[in-house]
Structures are given as structure tokens and as C-alpha cells.
Design a protein around this ligand. Structure first.
Ligand code: HEM
Length: 196
């Protein structure tokens, strides 16, 4: 291994730094969409979340993804989103899986965006409770913490990202995967909030 490889920052740090603009764009889209102004508006957010979670969980079936992230069984919010849509009386949208051609290592970037979004979801969950009267049992399951707690599950995911089995040669493709996942979620929010 060369010195150059040793000096590269951890993948998790690169992901955070190099997709910061995308994260900021999510804030802007959420502010514009204003999902906590009414249950109708929030239902549009959950529809976008459901389709995104379908795309992400589709990747869970790939043995290479399973090898990279050992605890996939505790992750993903597709079912929670679907149950929330039913609570809200919103029909589940149907469309083709957007990640059908995504494979490792880019798949890890998609998982990064989904898993990271569970951190910001802590704030969204509070709004859903306070402003819309929803809960982890009704309407806001998709924003609730995983049973083990948000921080524990997130730190374990970061451990998978920064594990030695993910080689530096894969990092650029993983960051590209994260950008593609942000693009997908951004496009879904734009469409469902009718911002375009
Ligand atoms: C208005 C909505 C959002 C808010 C307020 C928000 C807030 C936050 C906050 C405070 C963190 C850092 C938590 C910590 O370091 O302990 C975070 C992390 C993150 N969020 Fe968001 N977020 C929002 C929406 C989203 C969306 C829609 C996505 C993607 C679909 C997303 C993806 C991420 C990712 C990937 C991280 C991890 C960053 C890292 O440490 O590498 N966020 N968010």
C-alpha cells in the first residue's frame, strides 16, 4: 500500500464532506414542501419516502451488499412507510424500482443516504408528533428510531463503511452512488411536493 492510500480520509468522512451540498438541497426541498403544514402535505412526503425506501431495500437482496453490511435485517423503512400511507389514507404509489441497475460498490452510497437520513428524521419525527399528532404507531413509523436507537445503528453502519474490506479503489463509486441516491430522493420530493 502506498502512503497516498494511507493518508486518504475515511470513506464516511468523504461521504459527509463531498455530499454536503446535496444534504443542504434536501433541507431546501423540505422547507419548500412544508410537509408538517397538514397531513395532506405530509402524506406527499411519505409517498416519496416509500418509493425511496423500496429502491434502497431492493439492494438488500444483493449478496455483495449483505456481505458488506451484516445487519441489514434491522435497517430499512419500506414497510413502515407503507403502513404510514395506510394510516393516512393515501394510496401507495407504484412505479419501477429506480435502483434496479445499482450494484456494489455504488449500492453502499445509496444505503449511506438512507441510513444517514434516520439522523435528521429525529427532528422530523418531533414535528410529526407536535404538529400533526402522529406517532411511532400511527402515521410516523417511517421517522421513528430503530428499536436499538438511532445513534447505535448509525455508528454500526459507519463501521461497515470504514471497514478494511471496502478498499479505497471503491470510494469514488460509493460517493457517486450516494449522489445518485440524493438525486433520486430530490426528484421524488420535487415531484410529490409539486415543486418542479
Ligand atoms: C429537513 C430535513 C432534514 C434535517 C433537519 C436533517 C438533519 C440532519 C442532521 C442534524 C444530521 C446530523 C446528525 C448528526 O450528525 O448527529 C443529518 C445527517 C444526515 N442526513 Fe439529514 N436532515 C434532513 C433531511 C435529510 C434527507 C431528506 C436525507 C436523505 C434522503 C438526509 C440524509 C442525511 C445523511 C446521509 C446524514 C449523515 C451525514 C453524515 O454524518 O455523514 N437528511 N441530517
Amino acid at each position: 500500500m502506498t502512503t497516498d492510500l494511507l493518508q486518504r480520509p475515511a470513506l464516511s468522512l468523504r461521504l459527509k464532506q463531498e455530499t454536503a451540498d446535496q444534504h443542504e438541497r434536501m433541507h431546501q426541498l423540505m422547507a419548500q414542501g412544508d410537509p408538517f403544514s397538514s397531513r395532506t402535505s405530509y402524506g406527499r412526503f411519505v409517498a416519496a419516502q416509500y418509493l425511496f425506501q423500496r429502491d434502497v431495500e431492493h439492494l438488500f437482496h444483493d449478496p455483495a451488499v449483505q456481505a458488506a453490511v451484516a445487519d441489514l435485517h434491522v435497517r430499512g423503512r419500506q414497510e413502515a412507510s407503507l403502513a404510514d400511507l395506510a394510516d393516512l389514507g393515501v394510496e401507495a404509489p407504484q412505479e419501477a424500482i429506480a435502483s434496479a441497475r445499482v450494484a456494489m460498490p455504488a449500492a453502499l452510497g445509496w444505503l449511506y443516504v438512507s441510513e444517514g437520513s434516520t439522523l435528521g428524521a429525529a427532528f422530523l419525527f418531533k414535528d410529526a408528533q407536535a404538529k400533526l399528532g402522529l406517532s411511532a404507531e400511527f402515521g410516523a413509523r417511517n421517522l421513528a428510531a430503530y428499536p436499538e436507537g438511532r445513534a447505535v445503528v448509525w455508528r454500526r453502519f459507519v463501521g461497515s463503511l470504514d471497514h478494511e474490506q471496502i478498499t479505497p479503489d471503491d470510494h469514488d463509486a460509493i460517493i457517486a452512488g450516494a449522489n445518485a441516491a440524493y438525486d433520486r430522493f430530490g426528484a421524488l420530493l420535487t415531484r410529490f411536493f409539486q415543486l418542479g
